[in-house]
Ligand binder design. Structure first.
Ligand code: UDX
Length: 475
């Protein structure tokens, strides 16, 4: 029996999205730093995309080789999904997820079966993203411990977990225009229907993602352990309610775990422009960082109103406009003359190192779509937020930011995103008296997160407890 086979060995299968890949890789590094052997599975198309972007089209790059040089036993391998490599999975999101629900499970079954064919005792556990709808069947068939990694907030998990309860109470599907407080979901003291997960709303309840999410939460109920990329002190009620059903562990923020060599692994979907030099020329706290993450789309009108809003606000800004943000193949061109008009006041980039930007003293605010990773990163860096949630879990995250933690505001809350409102709100956010209060609050939250990943902190302790429970279940 080889050295690898004697150690506890897990296989990790991620979903091919930036906001999921980063915490997945962080967890792989964390497990491997604790002596666990990891087989990390990339979908072939994503592996190639990362290689194209960062290694000039070489396809045989081992993305974890640097981590291995540090002594971490992580092997990267690839598997195919149901589509050809050149299929545009972003533009054909619905078709892709329908096929992933229908045709991907047999591929995973075969893939895991092949690994185990040579040695039945080689793998002990599987970590899959909670958004997948197949882990229970595969882990049961191959006698693996089923670990689910939830990369979003515990609040969203509670709501999704109880979608049947929402249905019984007439809140799934929820009327798009409803304005009611929901107070019956275990772990959620109160949430307004306006802040619900977007795919619980009537207009989206029959969407592919809504159907997939219902399946996913039914699957999650069968997991042995659920890991959450959140912090216990920030979402105590949600986590303790979930613990009544099964073991849940808040181990976040994963990318800021102590001594994690995150920079040894390439996870960025796009190459990064440098903002540091430009930020270095701006006064402390004077720059608004603007980004809508890696995944959601917006439209030309929103882009235009934001552009004019930023222009009229007179505030310094870095604006990340990633390729494809309009989603319909349209080029995301800014209004004619925009760049000349903002001159030295604004920097527009296609992608950057977000944590590096948020950590820069010049950045004083973050206009964000409220993706969960962006939210955690902003909190860690102590940067107050202007929330402009677009879909999925984002309305819930912005509710946490604005109502619960009081570390941000909502952009154009009344729904009218026009340039004058945008300019006015940005101006008063960056220059207003309220900013000091938000900064103090976010400073406190940042400290809570930093304490959580310290040696005796809750996330570190929870992770150690998870490892102990995992090993006990394997033996
Ligand atoms: C998606 C969903 O939209 C989000 O709501 C969910 O919580 C996770 O999956 P995404 O939209 O990409 O993710 O948002 P977010 O979770 O914020 O993740 C974006 C990631 O991209 C962050 O880790 C951020 O650091 C990174 N990023 C963004 C960069 O590295 N550079 C950039 O220029 C912009």
């Amino acid at each position: 029996m080889g050295e690898r086979q004697r150690k506890v060995h897990g296989i990790m299968i991620c979903v091919p999205y930036q906001g999921h890949l980063s915490p997945f890789v962080d967890l792989a590094l964390k497990l491997a730093s604790n002596g666990i052997v990891i087989t990390f599975v990339h979908l072939e198309f994503l592996h190639r995309k990362l290689c194209d972007t960062h290694y000039a089209n070489k396809t045989d790059v081992d993305l974890f080789s640097k981590a291995r040089e540090l002594g971490l036993d992580i092997r990267c391998t690839t598997m195919t999904d149901p589509f050809p490599l050149d299929f545009d999975r972003d533009a054909n999101f619905n078709e892709y997820w329908e096929a992933m629900a229908r045709d991907f499970p047999p591929l995973v079954d075969e893939f895991v079966g092949n690994i185990l064919a040579s040695d039945r005792d080689m793998l002990h556990f599987l970590v899959a993203d909670t958004v997948y709808s197949w882990p229970a069947a595969v882990t049961r068939k191959y006698n693996l411990v089923n670990v689910s990694l939830w990369t979003q907030s515990a609040l969203v998990y509670c709501l999704g977990y109880h979608w049947d309860l929402l249905q019984q109470n007439g809140h799934f599907p929820c009327k798009d225009v409803a304005d009611e407080e929901i107070k019956y979901v275990p772990g959620v003291e109160s949430i307004n229907t306006k802040d619900l997960i977007a795919y619980l709303k009537q207009s989206q309840c029959e969407s592919v993602i809504s159907r997939a999410s219902r399946l996913q939460f039914e699957q999650a109920k069968m997991a042995d352990f659920v890991l959450h990329n959140t912090v216990e002190e920030l979402e105590p009620q949600a986590l303790s309610a979930l613990n009544q059903y099964m073991p849940n562990y808040a181990v976040g923020p994963l990318n800021f775990s102590q001594n994690l060599p995150t920079n040894t692994v390439t996870t960025s979907f796009w190459s990064k422009s440098d903002c540091t030099t430009w930020l270095g020329s701006k006064p402390p706290g004077s720059v608004l960082y603007v980004s809508f993450g890696s995944f959601v789309h917006t439209n030309k009108q929103v882009l235009e109103e934001l552009a004019y809003g930023l222009l009229l606000s007179q505030v310094n800004f870095v604006w990340v406009i990633r390729q494809g943000i309009l989603g319909d193949g349209a080029t995301s061109e800014l209004p004619a003359g925009f760049r000349e008009a903002v001159k030295e006041r604004g920097l527009v980039v296609g992608w950057c190192d977000q944590v590096e930007a948020l950590s820069n003293p010049a950045v004083g605010g973050f206009l964000t779509h409220s993706g969960w990773n962006s939210t955690l990163e902003s909190m860690w860096c102590g940067v107050p937020m202007i929330c402009y949630p677009i879909g999925f879990d984002q309305p819930c995250n912005s509710k946490l930011v604005v109502a619960d933690w009081k570390i941000g505001i909502r952009l154009c809350e009344d729904g009218s995103l026009d340039r004058e409102n945008v300019a006015h709100e940005i101006q008063s956010f960056m220059g207003g008296g309220d900013l000091e209060r938000l900064r103090q609050n976010v400073g406190r939250v940042s400290q809570i997160m930093k304490n959580a990943v310290e040696t005796d902190g809750s996330s570190k302790t929870n992770f150690d407890r998870f490892l102990k429970d995992l090993k006990a279940k394997i033996r």
